[in-house]
Structure formats: C-alpha cells, structure tokens
Design a protein around this ligand. Sequence first.
Ligand SMILES: [Ca+2]
Ligand SMILES: [Ca+2]
Ligand SMILES: [Ca+2]
Length: 619
Amino acid sequence: MRTCSSLPVTAVAALLAAASFVGCGSDDPRVEASADAGSPADAATFDSGLDPEPDAGPFDAGLAPEPDAGSCSVAECPPLACRIASCASGSCAYAAAEDGAACLESGEAGLCHAGSCRTAFRHTRGLCVVADFADATLEGHTGAGLRSLTDVRAMLEQMERHWWWLSLGTHRMEWELTRIRLDQPLSDEAFSDWAEYRDAVVGKLAETVDLGDFDADGDGLLDTMWVIASTHDRAPAYVMGGASRHLGANLFVDAQSSQSVAVGAYGNFNHEVCHNLGLPDLYGPFGTIGFLSLMHDSWALPANGLSAFDRMKLGWFEPRRIDQTTRRVELEPAEQAFSAVRVATARAAEYFLIEHRRRPEAGYGSAPAERYDGLAIFHVFEPGHQGMDPPLLKLEPADGAMAPDTFPQPADFWAPETGAGHFVARSHLTGGELFRIENLERTARGLRLDVVMLPDASSPADNLLANGSFEDGAGPLPDGWQTGAWLDEPDTFAWDTAIRHEGARSARISNLGAPNDAHFSQQVGGLTPGAPYLLCGWLRGEAIVGYEDASAGANLCLMGGWTRSPGPFGTFDWQEQCAAFSADSNEVTVGCRLGFYSSTATGTAWCDALTLTPLQSAF
Ligand SMILES: [Ca+2]
Ligand SMILES: [Ca+2]
Ligand SMILES: [Ca+2]
C-alpha cells in the first residue's frame, strides 16, 4: 500500500475537494489505470454516485482540511472498505472510494457504492462479440473508433461503471469479451440484410460459446450481447444498430467506427442493453422525458440516469403503492435512492409515478444545462407508446406547459418555491380528476407531500362495441362477432357458458390441431379519424404455446395492422389487456385473437367484457 504523505499538499487538497478517489489505499490496478486516463469525461464519471450532501456519512466530516503532509502516514490509518484514507491536520480522514471499485466486506468480495461495500447485488453477464470478417479484423482499422480489444475493454468498463450507478449499486453488469471470424469477406453485400447478418453472428458464436452461460434471468434467452462489427470505415446496411432477438439471443450491433463508438457514447450502448432487458424507448413524437431517462436521451456525456418507470420495469425496485389518501409521503432524490410512489387509478392501464429528481452537480446525470430539483410526475399509460397521444409516459409539468417532443424545463418540476399550485391528476381514460398533491415541502431528506385521492365524478365513456360481453345471440355463436382463422379447423370457436369473466357467457378460441391464428372480430364505425381510442378486454389462457418464434399468444388487436395487447403465452387466469391506437379512418375492425400475423399458437383462449372507448389527449 502506498501512502499519501509524499504527495504534494495541493494535489491531496484538490483530490479531496473533488470528493474523488485518491490512488493510495487501492491495490486495484484498474482504478489506477483509470485515474491516469484523465480526460474531462472520465474525470466527471469518477464523481458519480458520490453524495455531495454534507450528511452523507460520518467519514465526510473533516474533509475540508488543511492537509498536514508531515504529521501522519496513511499507512497508519485503519483501512475501511470503500473509503480512501488521507492525512488531514495530523489525523486520518476518509473520502468515498470510486463507485464500482472492488472491495472486501467481512472477507466477501464486493463493489463499492456511495462509500460502502456492497456484496449482495444482481449479477448479469453481458457478452461482447468482436465480429471479424474473413479478410478484415478489428485491428485492421486505422480511423476513429474501436481499433483493439483494449479499446473495447475500456468502453465495456465505462458501461459497467455507468450501469452500477444506474442501479444504485444493486445490479452488476459484467461484460465478457470474445471474438469470432465470419466466413464472409468484408463487403457491402456480404449479407442481404441486418437479420441475416445477426443470425450469422449468433450462429457462429454458438459454435464456441454456450449461450446459456449468459442467461441470468433464466428465460432461456441470452440476456444481452453487443456485437462490434469489424467493418473498418464502412457502414454496410446490414450493420445497422438497435436491439433485436435472434436465435435465442438478445443483442445489439455497432460498426467499429459508428458515430456513437467514435464519440464514446457509452450511454447509447447501455440504452440498448435496457432494450435487451425489456425496456421501451421513451423518445418519439410525444416524448417529454428528455434527460430524465437514458431511454429518451442516451447521447449525453456524462450519461443520464433512468426514471422510476424504467427502474421499476427492470425489477430493481417496487415503488410504494398509493391507492387511498396518504399524507406526509417523503421522497429522497432518485439520484441517490430508490424512492418513488405509484399512485393507482381505477384501471390498471393508467397510473402515476412520482419521484424527486435533482440534477447532480457532477458525474453521471449532470450533463443537462437545466438545474432541476423537484417532483417529476410521470403519467403512465401502459397501452401507449411515445408515438401516440396519450403516450406511454408523460411528464406532467408544474408550469402547465409541456409540448410534445420537448425536454423538461426546471419549471416543469414541482417544488414548494415555484408556487405552481396544486397538482391535480386527470385521467386519459375519462378526463376525470383522480388525485391532488398538497402540502409539498422540503425536508432534510428530500421532499414531503400529501396525496389526496378525489372521487372520480366522470361517467365512463360509452362502449363503441356491440355485445362486448358476448351475452346476446340466438345461434351457436354470439351476435355481432365474426370468426376467422388462418387455417380452417373444426371446433375452433365456441360460446362458453361455463367459464366467463362477466355475465353468463364468454367467447372461446381453441387451437387444438396445428398451430393457428384465429379470432373473433367486429367492425366498428363512427370513429373520429386521428383521435385516440382504447380497446380493452379480459382474457384467460390455457396451455398456450407459440410456434417457433411466435410473438403473441392470446391478445386483443386491430385486424389488418400491428396494434395489439401484450398477448401472453401459457396458462393464466382472467387478466385485463388493452391496446391503444389513433384511428386511421372512421372505421376499425377489432379482434380477440389467439395467434397473430406470422405468429401461430396452440392452446385455448377466452375473451370477455371487451370495450372500445375514446381517449383524452395528454396535452
Ligand atoms: Ca435471459
Ligand atoms: Ca413547461
Ligand atoms: Ca360475458
């Protein structure tokens, strides 16, 4: 162990003032190598996760010392996990070690977070694959971008550190690096399209690597793979970016000289990792989340964080659920703690997530010019997406103004000082008032508020469907519904009296022969073109199995398009599913369906209590 006492006083003071780590006390060569890198972006990331608040911990006291280099030796300071010792005024002082640095706690190996050693965390192994061509290797490239395995490892390390911070030290993403050589020489025509390229990479990789070693969540799919294509300065069409699933692997692809590689936008790569783990994009024509999520703004350096919505969907935490008036709810800044509430509404499809967001002064999340510090109120509409109104996620602005496809402004955060008044939540489904926020005030830990539920006085919107509960009819099948299937098989459709969610009957689809795509459908008129609508219904499933890479089991859909509800497989009890859409014309044909286009399934599905209702604009 080196001591600090030989360092120039000014150097020690500067390092302490930056609350950064000092090389002494760390025997991790990785830490020292990184410290020497010294680019502005690198320096900033080292500060990430370090609590700038004075109440961060007992060891931060006395960190504004007049270092006295001569009177104490760091070697004499008791070693503390994830704390860097230095000498100040003749006694030992400690600063938080770098986030993600290796540590030991009671003999157990861990990683540092916010100055303490974490030994219990989720662990996912990502697989990075350098994909050379028959006649072109990564090292053969001389321009900007990744030109060696050392370059790649450095990028992976940045991604690992960022991920550790994103997860507040609860999820370690550890990247392993391998390489393959494709049979094809490098050319713009080596593969006919991106899918053929990705299939070839995964296929070649599977010859030497057990993809099952990279399935931490046990769903049978490789969790995340980053393919770096050794395309030198070329950008063949088949090496397009973005996340997808091929041959049982979730992956994303970059050319070795792509723009995000060239500028070192590691946030972009972790954005794609988030896709591999199931998160949707939050940018789009109706996006409003901006720098509050890496899923909207992934280019910033240092990289941004994630919203409560993302963190919840990744399974990192479960926000406290509020479904009745609750007072004195305290929220810590989400940059430091998993702290958010989920305010429920009468419908599972619609809820609110409220968190306290405060722009860090340095490091990850500090890139936005806007200094914000207040409540971020996210209006979640599960069937939506950022390309429609109402969107999946909308920031409800404190100043009342938030245009689609814009970033938040400081005045969009709810704070006691802004005098913006009470927040009143309104439903996208009914337009009715749902809850109010009162008595917002600052506390030592963050923000405190009351959530006051309001009686929804609005009446439910009229159901545009006829016989949506499948109760009426005189023949063998319910009135108002047509049936159709990819394969004509006997006994596919039935009107069930034994199993139903509401009333006395439901509609049943049985694909008991060959895998099939079968549906009950109804054509509906009188829609307003361009206006948003919500199709919901209750579905039940028994032994639903998709054929090969089927995308959907039991679902609600618009016939003739790609809009559908999630469409789960397996066996499940009655569950509400919804699909939202903007009407293309004044007519639409909706379906309750087992299977989908290019996606067949076997098993049985029941449909009941279908509704089609207009939605409110979110803006
Ligand atoms: Ca998996
Ligand atoms: Ca605004
Ligand atoms: Ca019914």
